[in-house]
Design a protein. Structure first.
Length: 139
């Protein structure tokens, strides 16, 4: 009987670090969605982009600007090593459609678009979003 109890305790207590991260992300997401709804009356997706995903990097790739190594394009371009958490850890999600700056004519954006682009590419803004996320994890 004691052996069965110890085995069950051992099996239920063994959760991978990746699973703990996923659980923490789920808890933080639910807290942030609840607080966002309380404050704004609606819930919008919260995406935290790393510097490798910013407009600067995409422009380097799209304009085929010179780089010194693959590391210039960001971590996601490097070959995975054995100790990364999972197989798809560095796989980028491809954009839904072609970027608008690839067209023949000049791209016209609204003030709202300009503000959204600015916020997405602001390290200060991204850091503030990360701090909100970390605060939610600490609750």
């Amino acid at each position: 009987m004691c052996g069965i109890f110890l085995t069950l305790t051992f099996l239920t207590g063994c959760v991978s670090p990746q699973r703990y991260r996923e659980q923490a992300d789920q808890v933080a997401d639910s807290i942030m969605m609840k607080k966002q709804y309380e404050a704004l009356g609606k819930v919008e997706p919260i995406e935290i982009e790393t510097p490798a995903d910013t407009l600067r990097r995409r422009l380097i790739v799209m304009q085929d600007l010179p780089t010194s190594t693959l590391a210039s394009l960001g971590v996601k371009e490097l070959r995975p090593i054995d100790h990364w958490p999972c197989d798809n850890y560095l796989h980028a999600i491809p954009p839904a459609n072609d970027p608008p700056w690839m067209g023949e004519s000049a791209m016209v954006i609204s003030l709202l678009d300009a503000l959204e682009i600015s916020a997405r590419n602001s390290r200060e803004y991204q850091t503030a979003k990360e701090e909100v996320y970390i605060s939610a994890l600490n609750l």
